[in-house]
Write a protein that binds this ligand. Structure first.
Ligand code: ADP
Length: 653
């Protein structure tokens, strides 16, 4: 080449480069900037600085998203063939570029348009994760919690400095590129050409270079994603060909059979556990694994897990059961209320039906006979599995009950047909302090011919243990169950009996301990002094109380309050008031006094003296306030209470 030509070529190259640079510039200018939602920023900050040891889960999350995207398209394509114009078998491809230090995960699934990118990769859709982030506060290093909240896509920032997502939505012409370094903002620009689906390129952090290695990627794919039914193709460098060392060959890495469709005997405990983590977006171990195939009228496979730990949003009203519905190995939805009742919302896993049509729409799932049958049968099976566990391993069962019992108990009032079964599964702490007790166990221990199952409701076992109303029961050795979940107050309104035993609150109605104890030495007649004191209390307290009477349930304390037979339980009333519910009442209670208590004895003596009504006015009011305080309530008028107390204390010194 002459030197002249060289120069010309140089110039041309220069020009071309200029043009290219210009183009790049133009393209960059066109890129729109977006800020991440505040909570995402917080989450990303955590990711970027994560010391979480299982960083490799990012790949599981991306593969799972890619697989979902293909399933979504397969599903929507059934109803709208236009979406499938680009054709091609569904697959996931993983490519490594050693030189650039990048890892790319591509799928030919449903893809995302601009709006999808903004909302899916800029906000946190899941209420649980948002709540988790709120609770976490500004500065928490507890990154071990990361996996538990299924942070999904954002986990890429544990391993990448920069992430670019190129996506084209099925049925649309325009592709978009989403780019971010995970700090504060992301950009979106139009992308000239791209195939249908999504391609995610991670520029790996230096310390994450291991994720470029062939054997590492194989191991991760096998460990976490073996069950994914689409082929996961890993591009690995082929035998170097002369003059070209960039040729790569694709190799299918995953086994591709849905784990739930395999024989139990072919599945290892590790494989079950890994699938649980992937399907349940969890980091704990499953507490129970339930895997079976139903054959007969309706055919389906079930692989479900009881988690060991409760998720943070267990009581979030928006939380739905997170079980995935498949039809003949094809994912249909994970947002299906008709698969399990709400009180089993802690379950994770998969139900795969052989009978539903593949093109079933979400609307059709509602009130569908096949779905109803499956829901019924699966619910029955799960409850019977819990009951089996209870018989086989009480310790494991009690742990399960401690974690999810409060949720399961919602079934007592929601699911009339299974009420008795759930009551049988219920466990409670009790005055005997021997760990959790079932109703059956309680009955087996009660006195012969006992008619009542006694219980007390309240905030927690520690608090109710100190309730004065328990004194008589304790001293007579009568067991009382502690019903301390808020949900207890609700189902108790509907359930009066278990077997033929009446459920009786120890803070309501007359406690006939003698009947329960078969103890005939009753103190029937009140002394005249006690009668006088009761009268004085009634006069002095007026409408503040419904009645004043002698207590059979107190042995040491002077007084306590109880609700009348037909009235609402006191704890329930407090809950309703706390939540400002319309049904909240202000029913006046019965004040019970203990004739064996020294203070009551002294007051009773004064009660028969002249002018005692007036003389015992302060004492009457103080007794009532004392009883309220024992209930965990405040005296009506705190100032008046302290003035009265001071006056009485003064007279004593
Ligand atoms: P999750 O998958 O649990 O919903 P992610 O944070 O992983 O949470 O993803 C958020 C959303 O982004 C997904 O629900 C999905 O709508 C979308 N998305 C992520 N990856 C892809 C993909 N490869 N193809 C299409 N959509 C995707």
């Amino acid at each position: 080449m002459s030197s002249k030509t060289e120069k010309v070529t140089e110039k041309v190259t220069e020009k071309v480069t200029e043009k290219v640079t210009e183009k790049v510039k133009v393209k960059k200018v066109k890129a729109e900037k977006f800020g991440f939602e505040a909570e995402v920023s917080k989450l990303l900050h955590m990711m970027v600085h994560s010391v979480y040891s299982d960083k490799e889960i990012f790949l599981r999350e991306l593969i799972s998203n890619a697989s979902d995207a293909c399933d979504k398209l397969r599903y929507e394509g059934q109803m709208n063939a236009d979406l499938l114009k680009e054709g091609g078998d569904y697959k996931i491809e993983i490519t490594v570029d050693d030189k650039a230090g990048t890892l790319t995960i591509s799928d030919n699934g449903i893809g995302m348009n601009k709006e999808d990118l903004i909302s899916n990769l800029g906000t946190i859709a899941r209420s649980g994760t948002s709540k988790f982030m709120e609770d976490l506060g500004e500065d928490s290093g507890d990154t071990n919690l990361i996996g538990q909240f299924g942070v999904g896509f954002y986990s890429v920032f544990m391993v990448a400095d920069k992430v670019s997502v190129i996506s084209k939505k099925a049925g649309e012409a325009q592709a978009y590129a989403w780019v971010s370094d995970g700090i504060g903002e992301f950009t979106i620009a139009e992308e000239k050409t791209a195939p249908r689906g999504t391609s995610i390129t991670l520029t790996l952090k230096k310390e994450a270079a291991e994720f470029l290695l062939d054997h590492t990627l194989r191991r991760i794919i096998k460990t976490y994603s073996d069950h994914i039914t689409l082929p996961i193709m890993l591009f690995v460098p082929a035998e170097p060909k002369e003059g070209d060392d960039t040729v790569q060959e694709a190799e299918k890495i995953n086994d591709g059979t849905a784990i739930w469709a395999r024989q139990k005997s072919d599945i290892t405990a590790d494989q079950y556990n890994e699938f649980y983590r992937s399907v349940g977006q969890a980091i704990d171990e499953p507490a129970q694994t339930i895997h079976y195939k139903a054959e007969g009228m309706t055919e389906y496979s079930v692989l479900m897990y009881v988690p060991s730990d409760a998720p943070v949003d267990l009581f979030d009203p928006a939380r739905r059961p997170k079980v995935k519905l498949y039809v003949k190995r094809v994912f249909i939805t994970d947002d299906c209320e008709d698969l399990l009742p709400g009180y089993l919302r802690f379950m994770r896993g998969v139900v795969d039906s052989e009978d539903l049509p593949l093109n079933i729409s979400r609307e059709m799932l509602q009130n569908n006979a096949v779905m109803n049958n499956m829901k019924k049968a699966v619910t029955n099976r799960l409850l019977s599995e819990f009951s089996k566990l209870a018989k086989k391993d009480a310790e494991a069962y009690n742990k399960f009950w401690g974690t999810f019992g409060a949720v399961l108990k919602e079934g007592i009032y929601e699911d009339f047909t299974r009420r008795d079964e759930i009551l049988k599964l219920a466990r409670f702490e009790s005055t005997l302090d021997k760990g959790l007790v079932s109703f059956d166990e309680y009955i087996s221990r009660m006195k012969k011919d006992g008619k009542h199952i006694y219980y007390i409701t309240g905030e927690n076992a520690e608090k109710v243990k100190r309730s004065p109303q328990l004194e008589g029961f304790k001293s007579k050795g009568i067991e009382v169950l502690f019903l301390t979940d808020p949900v207890d107050d609700f189902w108790l309104q509907m359930v009066n009996q278990y077997d033929d035993k009446i459920l009786q609150s120890v803070t309501r109605g007359s406690a006939d301990l003698d009947e329960a104890e078969d103890d005939k030495d009753k103190k029937e007649d009140n002394s005249p002094e006690i009668d006088a004191l009761l009268n004085i209390l009634k006069v002095n307290l007026g409408t503040e109380i419904k009645d004043a009477r002698l207590s059979k349930r107190l042995t040491t304390s002077a007084v306590c309050l109880v609700a009348d037979d037909g009235d609402m339980d006191m704890h329930m009333e407090r809950i309703l008031k706390m939540h400002k519910m319309e049904e909240a009442q202000n029913s006046s209670r019965i004040l019970e006094i203990n004739p064996d208590n020294a203070l009551i004895k002294a007051l009773a003596k004064s009660a028969v003296k002249e002018g005692s009504v007036e003389a015992l006015k302060d004492a009457s009011l103080l007794l009532l306030d004392q009883a309220k305080i024992l209930e965990g309530e405040l005296p009506e008028d705190v100032t008046a209470f302290t003035v009265r107390l001071a006056k009485i204390m003064q007279s004593a010194f």
